[in-house]
Design a protein around this ligand. Structure first.
Ligand code: WTA
Length: 571
């Protein structure tokens, strides 16, 4: 049974009346918010930091940072100086407009200085999650022909620097180590760097961000975003995050993922809002403490985290004063109605689901303050975005019919390229000018969208996108593995977990030790989140005559479903 609608929140929210805004809205109306509208000089990092640093907000805290060892804060003016200094360090090392600068490290203030400093130079930043291992890192640096990598002395061990001819410099943040032609220490350079930097003014279509993400076939693809994305990133932070001048905002995502850059950096700072960054792993007690300590007002997180907090129970929540919270949002996976119910109970607030993708560059379909929430629904398209459910021929389907969740091409933050792969880019737009998301959904009579699943085989585990092909390719590199097929199976906390079906090479015995060894192998080479949590050995895997593993059949085996048409299967 569906839960009743939770009515819209009353109060002075930005988006007063959805229907009126939808009618009259045009993206060009947003442009006058930016300083480039008057000056003609554009750079998203300038809009996020320097604009505020040069105005009344200069002494307002831009960044509150904490982890187990550090607790720091930086005003907008200090952020301007530090991003300028980081920019100067990178410039000195040869970074120029259009170069790819990768940042591979855990959250720290320096990560944010370097990210924005590189963008100030007109470079394209590729953030890499700290859990990535050798093969995953190599693929990304190699495909993007990254010129400079910013990392730490611990993590640099995972970088095959001698096999990456385009990688000219590695900058180490942390304890000083011995330098050579390629490797330099950040600290001494940063300390000497000038606080003034000449910002590189860019064209709105110039690239600024490169996030690698998984599809169902092939290696991860580099999704490139341009400075123009700021228009939608700003406007969704206003309408959906509902950010206002005195908010204290906390986005729990790591900048290795798109939520952690778009809404962990640009969204709040384009609005000149104080941004909380907590480094380190998930920790329920410390999460609540973070809200209490900083007086967080707007909190953007993910279903997996909410489910874990819910699982711990109310005794813990009640130990903290969380009354500063006024607005909570979620992204990355389906938000279960039970979680929405729990949110109302413990926080006395609705949790607002938001749907978007790395490729879309900002939120697309959302629940926002002025909208009644139907628990289990992702909400409605934001004004200026046209979403529809289409069939495989590109025809728009009527309400309540399940099909491809598609978006009309041309929203401001749409990805501008798949790096190095124009063919892949085209594959998204093959249906009459619609962008195909890969998700299936339906829309009800009132225009609310309901997520149903992925159409392709991409696995969403704890909100992280894993391409089965990448995992399968890694698995078959293990000496014991002859063939491997990887699927997602339902899990109450993580939403989905990864299961691998494996057939062994001759001479290898099935055993639990071998399962563990194989899991560890993937963890070591790719990342912990791509490693299978379950392995099942089979003598033979279902394959098409052309030799492709039929994941559909594996899913049917697993979930006890009919296997469907097997006419293409060998034997
Ligand atoms: C899934 C994350 C259900 C979806 C910003 C999408 C969701 C993929 C939701 C993108 C949601 C994202 N409800 N599913 N509210 N939000 N997804 O690129 O399958 O890491 O295609 O971007 O996550 O994941 P990505």
């Amino acid at each position: 049974m569906k839960m009743p609608i939770i009515p819209a929140v009353k109060g002075d929210f930005h988006l007063e009346d959805y229907e009126t805004v939808v009618e009259s809205f045009d993206w060009s109306q947003v442009e006058e918010q930016f300083s480039w509208y008057k000056t003609g000089k554009m750079n998203i990092a300038f809009e996020a930091i320097d604009r505020h640093a040069q105005g009344v907000k200069k002494n307002q805290v831009a960044l509150y940072y904490k982890d187990d060892f550090r607790r720091e804060k930086y005003t907008f003016k200090e952020m301007m100086e530090n991003t300028n200094k980081a920019g100067n360090v990178l410039k000195q090392l040869g970074v120029e407009k259009g170069d790819r600068v990768f940042i591979f490290m855990p959250r720290s203030p320096e990560l944010y200085f370097c990210l924005l400093g590189a963008i100030k130079l007109g470079a394209i930043v590729g953030p890499l999650f700290e859990a990535f291992m050798e093969a995953a890192i190599f693929d990304r640096l190699n495909d993007s022909a990254a010129k400079v990598l910013v990392t730490t002395p611990d993590l640099v061990e995972r970088v095959a620097k001698d096999n990456l001819p385009n990688l000219k410099k590695i900058v180490l943040i942390g304890d000083e180590v011995s330098e050579n032609d390629k490797v330099v220490n950040f600290k001494p350079l940063f300390e000497q760097a000038s606080k003034k930097l000449e910002i590189e003014w860019v064209d709105r279509e110039d690239g600024m961000l490169l996030h690698y993400t998984s599809g169902s076939t092939g290696k991860p693809k580099g999704v490139m975003h341009a400075h123009n994305a700021m228009i939608q990133q700003y406007q969704t932070a206003k309408w959906v995050l509902d950010l206002k001048d005195d908010d204290i905002y906390w986005c729990t995502a790591d900048p290795g993922w798109v939520t952690g850059t778009v809404y962990g950096v640009f969204g709040p700072w384009l609005h000149g809002v104080s941004n909380v960054v907590r480094g380190g792993r998930f920790n329920p007690e410390d999460w609540y403490k973070t809200i209490e300590e900083y007086g967080v007002t707007v909190w953007y997180s993910a279903p997996t985290a909410f489910r874990m907090l819910m699982g711990i129970g109310e005794e813990l929540v009640n130990r903290f004063d969380l009354t500063s919270l006024r607005h909570i949002l979620s992204v990355g996976e389906p938000l279960n109605p039970e979680v929405v119910k729990w949110g109302v109970k413990v926080f006395h607030l609705r949790i607002h689901d938001t749907w978007w993708m790395t490729e879309t560059g900002s939120m697309m379909i959302c629940n926002y303050p002025s909208l009644g929430i139907k628990p289990g629904s992702m909400g409605k398209p934001i004004p200026g975005v046209e979403a529809a459910i289409i069939d495989d021929q590109g025809n728009v389907l009527p309400p309540n019919r399940m099909g491809n969740l598609a978006l009309k091409k041309g929203w401001p933050s749409m990805m501008r390229a798949i790096w190095n792969n124009p063919e892949k880019y085209k594959e998204y737009f093959t249906h009459n000018g619609w962008y195909i998301s890969g998700d299936s959904a339906y829309m009800d009579e009132e225009g609310y969208f309901w997520f149903q699943g992925r159409i392709d085989d991409v696995i969403n585990t704890s909100g992280e996108r894993v391409g089965p092909f990448e995992v399968e390719s890694k698995l078959v590199e293990h000496p014991a593995v002859a063939e491997a097929g990887v699927i997602g199976i339902p899990d109450p906390i993580r939403g989905t977990i990864i299961k691998a079906f494996i057939s062994l090479r001759e001479g290898y015995e099935q055993s639990d030790e071998l399962k563990e060894e194989i899991t560890l192998f993937v963890k070591r080479e790719l990342s912990a989140h791509s490693a299978p949590r379950q392995i099942e050995f089979r003598d033979k895997l279902p394959k098409t005559r052309s030799g492709k593993i039929m994941r559909r059949v594996l899913k049917a085996w697993e979930l006890d479903l009919p296997t469907g048409d097997l006419s293409t299967m060998e034997d």
